[in-house]
Design a protein around this ligand. Structure first.
Ligand code: SF4
Ligand code: SF4
Length: 167
């Protein structure tokens, strides 16, 4: 096709670029963007921290519980954490709009906190994590999950032992 032909074809097709940031744009399906963390459904297994190839995820002790941080300036958006998370507590959004100035890089963090709680059975201080359900047979009922949730790991283990003995 000669130059004139190309010119006419492109004129007929119209622009192929989006006017962003001055107008709307779209995101490709299954785009791997910013990480989102849901502390309420997290089991605290730290698998996401172990599998992250760039070391973007860090769990650290906090006076109020266990802090979760995902550094978006370090994340390579591979999706490994979301793939391996057994509870879906880490989700990869399609938010790609992460441009920032260098001074803001420490603010570009997904932060969450799994708070401390007092065990309803023994009164010990423990993390308010979601009970581990993976591989439990028969699966935990909603009532059992509600019973386990306010317990510390030792009391949860006792409950599970008693459950196993009953079935
Ligand atoms: S449940 Fe998911 S988000 Fe929580 S520590 Fe485990 S892998 Fe990470
Ligand atoms: S998407 Fe990949 S690099 Fe980013 S936090 Fe998850 S595992 Fe780490």
């Amino acid at each position: 096709m000669n130059v004139l032909g190309l010119f006419v074809r492109n004129l007929m097709r119209g622009p192929v670029t989006d006017p962003y940031p001055f107008g709307p744009t779209k995101t490709a399906k299954r785009f791997r963007g910013r990480i989102e963390f849901d502390a309420a459904s997290c089991e605290g297994c730290k698998l996401c921290e172990r599998v992250c190839p760039s070391g973007a995820i860090k769990f650290s002790k906090d006076p109020g519980g266990l802090a979760f941080d995902c550094w978006h300036a370090t994340c390579v958006f591979c999706g490994t954490c979301a793939f391996y998370c057994p509870t879906g507590s880490i989700r990869q959004t399609d938010d790609w709009s992460l441009a920032h100035v260098a001074s803001e890089k420490f603010a570009l963090v997904e932060h969450g906190l799994i708070p401390n709680q007092t065990c309803a059975e023994c009164g010990a201080t423990a993390l308010d994590t979601a009970p581990m359900e993976g591989g439990v047979k028969p699966p935990l009922t909603p009532e059992e999950i509600a019973t386990l949730r306010p317990l510390c790991p030792k009391c949860r283990a006792k409950f599970m032992k008693a459950r196993k003995a009953k079935k």
